[in-house]
Design a protein around this ligand. Structure first.
Ligand code: 13P
Length: 251
């Protein structure tokens, strides 16, 4: 019932030339997709070039962040209107690196999610606990708060994608076990069910954190894991195509 998504978050990597080469190689490797979607999130500077390459293919474009106003005197920010204009379908919002280094709070995430939806962009809203929070056994409290606060005032959830990315698993090679990830994914879906009832069953919840072609199969076999948000492994054609192939084979 839910279609899978594999999204590559290139973070602050790749010049235009490198982005073009990677996007072309991925496009060539992704021919026909069954029940799924591939999304590329290059840095802002490469969005236009990547958009031209994937035009007419089954690959969608995402931005890694946005501001919550349409336009104005906000030096250095990028508006969702600009992202739509350049060809984005998705936008990553509230990534833990935004929360950690740029001090984004749940309230900022909420403003961005609402603005993205209002302008027809699909937010990929990221949530996840730190190592310390997991140790203290407050994972559910933290993730529950991030989900509820991030979605506050959102009445229609259909276009929202959630990404559960435990902070301790990002870029560390310390991937969550399938059971750990499924437990939090099911918890998130239960929260969505409380708020959005039947619509919760259709919401894609992605796992992110040290995903590779080697570990994705057992994660994606879990009932509530609907895809992956991939960092490091999305920067190499073979690694990323391997993840897509393994997800498409399982779901
Ligand atoms: P890694 O796959 O490099 O752990 O990064 C995950 C991530 O942050 C994707 O948004």
């Amino acid at each position: 019932m839910r279609t899978w998504i594999v999204a590559g978050n290139w973070k602050m990597h790749n010049t235009n030339e490198e982005s073009v080469a990677l996007a072309k190689a991925i496009k060539d490797g992704v021919s026909s997709l069954k029940n799924g979607e591939v999304v590329l999130a290059p840095p802002f500077t490469s969005l236009y070039r990547v958009a031209q390459i994937i035009k007419g293919s089954s690959i969608s474009l995402a931005a890694q962040n946005m501001f919550y106003e349409d336009k104005g005197a906000f030096t250095g920010e990028i508006s969702p209107v600009m992202l739509k204009d350049i060809g984005c379908t998705y936008v990553i919002i509230g990534h833990s690196e935004r929360r950690k280094y740029f001090h984004e709070k749940d309230a900022d995430v909420n403003l961005k999610v609402k603005k993205a939806l209002a302008l027809g962009l699909k937010p990929i809203m990221c949530v996840g606990e730190t190592d310390e929070e997991r140790e203290k056994n407050v994972t559910r409290a933290v993730v529950g708060r991030q989900v509820k606060e991030g979605l506050r005032g959102v009445d229609k959830i259909d276009n929202v994608v959630i990404a559960y990315e435990p902070v301790w698993a990002i870029g560390t090679g310390k991937v969550a076990t399938p059971a750990q990830a499924q437990d939090v994914h099911a918890f998130i879906r239960a929260i969505l069910k409380d708020i959005y009832h039947d619509a919760a069953a259709g919401i894609r919840i992605l796992y992110g954190g040290s995903v590779t072609a080697d570990n994705i199969s057992e994660l994606i076999a879990m009932e509530d894991i609907d895809g992956a948000l991939v960092g490091g492994a999305s920067l190499k054609t073979d690694g990323f195509l391997g993840i897509i192939k393994n997800i498409a084979g399982e779901k």
